[in-house]
Design a protein around this ligand. Sequence first.
Ligand code: IMP
Length: 196
Amino acid sequence: MKILLATHNKNKIIEITHALQGSGHEVLSLDDFPDLPDVIEDGDTLEHNSLKKARELFEYSGITTLADDTGLEVDALNGEPGVYSARWAGEGCTYKDNCDKMLREMKGVPSGKRSAAFRCVITLYGDGILETASGELKGKITESAQGEKGFGYDPVFMPNGYNVTLAEMDLEEKSRISHRGLAVKKMAEIIRHIKP
Ligand code: IMP
């Protein structure tokens, strides 16, 4: 079976392709289909957005599609930015704009109250196929940005049990513990049981 990954993000493509190696399925990404339209992520939950992305791209392409949606939920901000993580600092904002906003919003919040979690929901949608898996990574928001690796909010997020941020970890280590890594692992198990 062919599986279309609903992303252009190189890190995600590497991570998911790696998890599905040996499954007998051929993994493609949006880079292989430049003409497919962008799906508007206007749902108010991660579940809704990942299902919408997977279903619409399957309907356009006819290929079983795997789509993920991730949000960073910060307790001191009542779960914000959550499903709005990508454009939190405004339309067209950069990862740095979002991190700067996070540090501003969390300024003065004591260390015991800086808890946060990344949550990732993955949906696989195809002909007679609808599967979901999720993963979570708990940690805290740092007082300043640290590290150059990764993307998104990685420089301001320190996983529990670590004294480095996600942006200071190698991709392999991040994938092993991350929200998406865990969700992908669960989904890979499900996919392995689907006949190629
Ligand atoms: P997406 O659903 O994976 O596109 O994620 C939405 C937003 O959450 C991204 O634009 C990033 O800002 C953030 N994000 C997603 N995954 C990660 C991650 O692994 N580390 C840091 N930020 C992430």
